[in-house]
Design a protein around this ligand. Structure first.
Ligand code: GSH
Length: 205
């Protein structure tokens, strides 16, 4: 059986939500992060989540690959769009934007300043700049969501689900105050049945 490896509340939450949205027959397995000796390293040497282990033992990594792969298991799902369509490219564009500008560009230095300097005294400054970068990265998303409840088209897509995870993280670090459309998007995300279900399955409040 295909298995999705996750860590509660991590960026793997989006793939877990998609599994619930699409009722996919995929088992979900929590793993330990940050332990070089964890058995999970035998499956995924990077130790990162999400990772999707297919029936034939092929391992897929990266949200930008896993989310579209999961959606394509249900052809025609409104969460994604047909190959060759403009909407599909737009959804992929937002996935790439969130993965690079929001996750790695901002949250990586907020959460892991030690990856950017060996000098502990520099960490507060790195975090502060990264929080500013997060606010900058959220501005175009706020602009889009001021005009529409959804990033692409008139319906929830993979892009909104992936974004939802980082809106939750952004609220936690206190960056959503100036972004009313993002606050509303987070409230809608948290109210969605699949998200409530996933949060409960991951043991989150
Ligand atoms: N670019 C990757 C990032 C994956 C990633 O950094 N996942 C984090 C959790 S949000 C992780 O596994 N961190 C543990 C580590 O880096 O050791 C993706 O989008 O899938």
């Amino acid at each position: 059986m295909t298995t999705l490896f996750i860590f509660p509340g991590a960026c793997s939450f989006a793939a877990h939500v998609v599994i619930h949205e699409l009722q996919l027959p995929i088992s979900v397995e929590p793993v330990t992060l940050g332990d070089p000796n964890a058995p999970y390293r035998q499956i995924n040497p990077t130790g990162r989540v999400p990772a999707l282990l297919l029936d034939d033992q092929t391992l897929l990594t990266e949200n930008t690959a896993i989310l579209p792969y999961l959606a394509d298991l249900k052809p025609g799902t409104p969460l994604f769009a047909p190959a060759g369509s403009v909407e599909r490219a737009q959804i992929q564009g937002w996935l790439g934007y969130v993965a690079t500008e929001v996750h790695v560009g901002a949250f990586r230095p907020i959460n892991r300043p030690e990856r950017y300097s060996a000098d502990e005294a520099a960490f507060p400054g790195i975090r502060q700049r990264a929080l500013e970068q997060l606010a900058n990265a959220l501005k175009p998303i706020e602009a889009r969501l001021t005009q529409s409840d959804y990033l692409v088209g008139n319906r929830l897509t993979l892009a909104d689900i992936y974004l939802g995870v980082f809106l939750g993280w952004s609220a936690r670090v206190g960056v959503l105050g100036d972004f009313p459309a993002l606050q509303a998007a987070l409230a809608r995300f948290r109210a969605r049945e699949s998200v409530v279900h996933t949060a409960s399955a991951e043991g989150l409040a």
